[in-house]
Structures are given as structure tokens and as C-alpha cells.
Design a protein around this ligand. Structure first.
Ligand code: PEP
Length: 250
């Protein structure tokens, strides 16, 4: 059985004080991690303070990005080993905003996946799909090609630490979620691609998330689908009450 995984992505929002207030507001109301796992991806500036505030609660505080080396002359970058040291266990990789604004290629994302695993961080790899690609009927080729490169070289054991998010960029921050059918189709495609590269056991074990304008009203329908094991949520994860409704979607 795959444990449902509800992940917030705060992007570059909230002050450090607001971040701590959020932890205090939700910490005692979350389901046990064995039932539903909950996490928020936040600025590295306050991962440590949030992780300390969240101690004893099921809330995972995670990174939104890392660099592909552990240390060195890389001004302004986030070290995977330090992110782990200050309390993160998970990290988002290859979010569509990183691909779009920071020109992250799948080759770079693949290097980041290995750097995360080396540091003891479990990656959630985001797989993008643009409106243009969808309109051109190029969805299958585009999704599969990202997965092939992002996962290149990973062993069966390493695959057990990976989650993948299907995040059509036309649904991110637009208020227009993919329908549950479209979301299921994307997540199914990702799972089948993993089965083709690895095997059914790995594919059935991996958690595949949907992201794009998920909110407390549409989450239950999405989570009802066979191949959607969780959601990655931007806007609707910022407010504590809304986040609690998401993690308590059942
Ligand atoms: C995201 O940031 O990954 C996202 C899905 O944002 P939103 O929920 O706001 O569409």
C-alpha cells in the first residue's frame, strides 16, 4: 500500500515569523504519518527553525531545491548535505518554475537526484507538461523523455526513495486544475514509464503525485484515482486551515 502524500510548495512566500506561526497552527491537527504523510517545501532560510518548531509532529519540512554538489565554490547555492543537517528529509527537484526561470534541464535534475540521495534526502521529482505540448499532442513523448533522463542510472534500491509529481504547467497557479481524468492519465503514464524502465514491483511501490490548482474542494476526487497517491499544492497550502483540510481530505 502506498501512503498518501500531501505536499505543500510555498515557493518564495511567507516571512520567517509567518512560517513558524503556520507550524504552531497545524502541528497538533495532522494525521499520523502512517495514515497520510504531510510536508511543506519552504525557503532554506527557515527550514531549521520550522523543523525545530515541528519536532514531535508528523509535519515534514522540506527543501524546494538544492545544488548538485555537496559543497564548494558555488556562490548562492543550497548544499544538499546542509539541508539534511538542518532538518529536511525530502526535497523538490525540477519544479516547472525552476525549469522555466532557471533553465534547469533534465540532465541537471538527474545530477540533483544523485546529490539528494547522497545527502540522505528523498527527492520528489516534478515532471512538467506545457500547454503547447498538450495542444501539439506531444504529451506522452514529453513526459516519458523527462522521466527517462531524470531517473537515468538509479538503482532499484534508490528508486524506492523517489516520488514523482505530474505537474502540467498550464494548471499551476491558474486556478484551473486538470480534471481528475487528465490527472490520472498523467500519473498512470508516469507509473507505466517506471514499469517499462524498471519493473512492476518498483512501479507499484513508487508514489506519484498530481500538482496544479489543487484545493480543499477538488482534492478528494483526485485522491480517489488509482494512480494518484498524493498532491503537490502551491496556493492552497499557504493558509493553515486550507492545509489542514487538504491533509484531512478523507
Ligand atoms: C505548485 O507550485 O507546484 C503548484 C501546483 O501550485 P498551485 O497549487 O498554486 O497550482
Amino acid at each position: 500500500m502506498r501512503t498518501p502524500f500531501i505536499v505543500g510548495n510555498w515557493k518564495m512566500n511567507k516571512t520567517a515569523a509567518e512560517a513558524i506561526e503556520f507550524v504552531h497552527a497545524v502541528a497538533d491537527e495532522l494525521p499520523a504519518a502512517t495514515k497520510v504523510e504531510s510536508a511543506v517545501a519552504v525557503s532554506p532560510l527557515y527550514v531549521q527553525a520550522m523543523a525545530e518548531a515541528a519536532k514531535g509532529s508528523p509535519l515534514e519540512i522540506m527543501g524546494e531545491n538544492i545544488f548538485y554538489e555537496q559543497a564548494g565554490a558555488y556562490t548562492g547555492e543550497v548544499s544538499p548535505q546542509v539541508l539534511k543537517e538542518v532538518g529536511a528529509n525530502y526535497v523538490l527537484l525540477g519544479h516547472s518554475e525552476r525549469r522555466m526561470y532557471f533553465h534547469e534541464s533534465d540532465e541537471i535534475i538527474n545530477r540533483k537526484v544523485f546529490a539528494a540521495l547522497k545527502a540522505g534526502l528523498k527527492p520528489i521529482i516534478c515532471c512538467d507538461e506545457t500547454m503547447g505540448r498538450q495542444a501539439a499532442g506531444d504529451k506522452i513523448h514529453w513526459v516519458v523523455s523527462q522521466i527517462l533522463t531524470d531517473l537515468r542510472g538509479l538503482t532499484d534500491e534508490q528508486m524506492k526513495l523517489i516520488s514523482i509529481a505530474y505537474e502540467p504547467s498550464w494548471a499551476i497557479g491558474t486556478g484551473k486544475s486538470a480534471t481528475a481524468e487528465q490527472a490520472e492519465e498523467g500519473c498512470y503514464l508516469i507509473r507505466q514509464t517506471v514499469a517499462d524502465i524498471y519493473n512492476d514491483e518498483i512501479a507499484n511501490g513508487i508514489r506519484v503525485l498530481y500538482g496544479g490548482s489543487v484545493n480543499p474542494s477538488n482534492i478528494a476526487d483526485l485522491m480517489d484515482r488509482h494512480d494518484i497517491d498524493g498532491v503537490l499544492v502551491g496556493n492552497a497550502s499557504l493558509d493553515p486551515d486550507s492545509f489542514l483540510k487538504l491533509v484531512n481530505y478523507k
